[in-house]
Each structure stands twice: as structure tokens, then as C-alpha cells.
Design a protein around this ligand. Structure first.
Ligand SMILES: NC(=O)c1ccc[n+]([C@@H]2O[C@H](COP(=O)([O-])OP(=O)(O)OC[C@H]3O[C@@H](n4cnc5c(N)ncnc54)[C@H](O)[C@@H]3O)[C@@H](O)[C@H]2O)c1
Length: 362
């Protein structure tokens, strides 16, 4: 790019963040990751500086932001499970809302940089029509969705006050891995979400839990919008560069724009793995609608973004990722590298390639 940016990427050691870090780097941007490694594990060579910090620590967040002086911010650091958030609402508000408030406070000023916020289709709640557009009512059905909706409005007020560019990307169901199986979601094991459960089922013969068989859909199972993680990452780069060039802000769906049933996903896993999957038929979960998929024209007309990868490619890459992990091709514990660096540096801030940024909150 002509105008490379120093981008602060919070949550950049996580699943989606690691793909964004790599794509930013390949476009020539400087990537600074801030992560507390609570769920994130990946710190790749595309990361110029890695800062181990927790956004719930206001003093530390302030110091880090001052030291980094980011020219753009992408905020992903958050907890992300709706069912877990119903069990632990306050942990979700503390992490997702208070953490983001600390970040925004650190970015106050006349030159507040453009902010891109990771949001979710969970802000819509139980939708009654598909596809769902950005103007649909915001009525989250979980503390997780509520935290995302609140973050969107916090950032909107911040932008009103400080004049920075701001966009929130509302992703639908993100999945997939890198085509060569070298990067994917490290924390899938034990997840009850559909894609990891399918991988596990094909691998170990355990049944896939399927919630609801009697929806008013072609095969009775729920229909959702699955979007490839490489497409989601590409949307971030496109919108960030677009915002910097004066493009429109606001709320944007990031989805494939079409729906795929749970049953079809299971069939695709059977095809790629050559194994037949057992299913565990369960009742509908409260608040789970039959159909959800994204209306995608807003981000297309503003930034020309359209998801390019199919659901078949998404499933194939998930399976290749599982194969590469099991064969040991992929380093299973990238976390060990971070730990080693921390031990060497003896500081709360550590860097993986490039300069060491120390940021002990003492
Ligand atoms: N995966 C999906 O399908 C999906 C869908 C919609 C929205 N999202 C959103 O995308 C973002 C990234 O999700 P992901 O799937 O990559 O999850 P992830 O758990 O892999 O990534 C989240 C990252 O944030 C870090 N983190 C969490 N709390 C932090 C804190 N207080 N301070 C510093 N770092 C912290 C974690 O260590 C992790 O690296 C999240 O905001 C999530 O809500 C994800």
C-alpha cells in the first residue's frame, strides 16, 4: 500500500485476529497485537510487536496505547460465547464493555484514529425475516449480544465527540482455516459449536448435537450464514483502508449472503472426511430462529466487499486443518513460544519479532 498504517489489533492472538494480522502484514501495514492470551494462542511472524496486556487494566491500557500511538485500531478482544454469557453475564460486561471503555478512553483526543469494531449478528437477536439487514432492530438475546450492541453505541458516541472514523462489522457464523491447513482455530476441542462438533464427530465417532429438527426449513434443521475466516479478515483490511481514505462508517454485516442448513453442513463434512456422522437430535434452543442469513449489499456498495469462498471450501479447509494438527504438521502449542519469550524478557510486555515493548504496570 502507498500509505502503510501502524495498526493496533486487540485480540490479535485469537482465531480471527491471527488471519487479520497476516492479511494486514501482506498489505504492508505494521501490526501491533495486544492480547491477554486468555483464549488466543497464536503470535505469528506477521506481528511486529506483541503486547501482553489485559484491557480490563485501565492504567496498562493507557500506557500501551500512548507508547504504540496507533494510526488505526481494530478491536477484537472479547469473550464470545452466548450460552456462557447467560451463565456469567457480569464477566461478559466487565471484559467486553469495560475493556472497550478503557481502550476508547486511551484513544481520546483531537487525533483519535479510525476504529474498526468486531461486532456480531448476535446484536439482532431472534430475527423474524431473512435476509437480515443492518436496519433490522437491535434486540440481543444474550449478555454477549448485549455487550456487542453496547460497544457499537459507545464507539459511535466516541466518534461523535472526537471526530474519528468508525465502523462496526457484524459477522455471522465464522469458520474455516487456511487452505494449506497451516492456520485455523486452535481452541476448537470440546466446543459444542457446529463446525468443531462436526470435526470431532468425524474424527472420534461422537454424535453431533443438532438443536431443532422441526423448523419450517427445507430439511427441518436451522439455516445459518457461514462465512469463511479469510473473507472476514479481508473485509477488515478493505474497510480499514477505506475508512482511512474517507469512506463511510457505520454498521456493516459481514456474511456470505446465503443460508446453509445444519444438515447440509453435516453432509459436507461426510463428503470431505469420507466418514458418516452420527447426530444427536435435540430440542430447539429458546430464542434460536429457523432462518438467519445476512443482507450484504451495504458493505458491497460502500467497499466492494463480497465473500468469495463457498461453504464447501470452508468445510474442506476445516477438515484439512484437523488433519494437519493430527499429523503434527502444525505446531500445536504456539503458546510455548510466547511463554519462552516472556521468561526471557521478564516483562509484562513482550515482542515476538522486532523491538521489545515493556509495559509492566508497576
Ligand atoms: N468466531 C465467530 O464466529 C464470531 C462471530 C461474530 C463475532 N465474533 C467476534 O470476533 C472477535 C474475535 O473472535 P474469535 O473467534 O477470534 O475469538 P478468540 O477467542 O479466538 O479471540 C479473542 C481474543 O481476544 C483476547 N482477549 C479477550 N479478552 C481480552 C482482554 N480483556 N484483554 C486483552 N485480550 C483479550 C483473547 O485472548 C483472544 O486472543 C470477538 O470480538 C468475537 O466476539 C466472532
Amino acid at each position: 500500500v502507498e500509505d502503510p498504517l501502524r495498526v493496533l489489533l486487540t485480540g490479535g492472538a485469537g482465531y480471527i485476529g491471527s488471519f487479520i494480522a497476516d492479511q494486514l502484514y501482506f498489505k504492508g501495514h505494521e501490526v501491533v497485537v495486544l492480547d491477554n492470551l486468555s483464549t488466543g494462542r497464536y503470535v505469528g511472524p506477521s506481528v511486529a510487536r506483541f503486547v501482553l496486556a489485559d484491557l480490563r487494566d485501565r492504567t496498562l491500557a493507557d500506557r500501551v496505547i500512548r507508547e504504540i500511538a496507533p494510526e488505526a485500531v481494530i478491536h477484537l478482544a472479547a469473550l464470545k460465547s452466548s450460552p456462557e454469557s447467560i451463565e456469567s453475564p457480569n464477566a461478559y460486561f466487565h471484559n467486553n464493555v469495560a475493556g472497550f471503555a478503557n481502550l476508547l478512553a486511551g484513544l481520546e483526543g483531537p487525533t483519535s484514529p479510525p476504529i474498526l469494531l468486531s461486532s456480531s449478528c448476535a446484536v439482532y437477536g431472534a430475527v423474524s425475516a431473512a435476509p437480515v439487514g443492518e436496519d433490522a432492530s437491535v434486540s440481543p438475546q444474550s449478555p454477549y449480544g448485549e455487550s456487542k450492541a453496547f460497544c457499537e453505541r459507545m464507539a459511535t458516541w466516541h466518534a461523535t465527540r472526537f471526530g474519528n472514523a468508525f465502523a462496526a462489522l457484524r459477522y455471522f457464523n465464522v469458520g474455516g482455516a487456511r487452505d494449506d491447513g497451516s492456520l485455523g482455530d486452535f481452541l476448537q476441542a470440546g466446543s459444542t459449536q457446529l463446525l468443531p462438533a462436526c470435526v470431532h464427530a468425524a474424527w472420534h465417532g461422537t454424535p453431533v448435537p443438532v438443536h431443532g429438527w422441526d423448523y419450517d426449513t427445507p430439511d427441518g434443521t436451522a439455516v445459518r450464514d457461514f462465512v469463511h475466516v479469510e473473507d472476514v479478515a479481508a473485509a477488515h483490511v478493505l474497510v480499514l483502508e477505506g475508512l482511512k481514505a474517507g469512506g463511510p462508517g457505520g454498521y456493516f454485516n459481514v456474511g456470505s449472503g446465503y443460508g446453509t442448513s445444519v444438515q447440509s453442513i453435516i453432509r459436507l463434512f461426510e463428503q470431505v472426511s469420507g466418514r458418516s456422522l452420527k447426530v444427536d437430535r435435540r430440542g430447539r434452543r429458546p430464542g434460536d430462529p429457523g432462518f438467519v442469513w445476512a443482507k450484504t449489499d451495504r458493505i458491497y456498495s460502500a467497499y466492494g466487499f463480497q465473500a468469495g469462498k463457498s461453504v464447501a471450501q470452508l468445510v474442506q479447509s476445516e477438515w484439512d486443518w484437523a488433519l494437519s494438527r493430527s499429523s503434527g504438521v502444525t505446531e500445536l502449542d504456539p503458546w510455548s513460544r510466547v511463554r519462552r519469550r516472556l521468561a526471557e524478557g521478564g516483562a509484562a510486555g513482550v515482542c515476538v519479532s522486532g523491538r521489545i515493548l515493556r509495559c509492566d504496570a508497576k
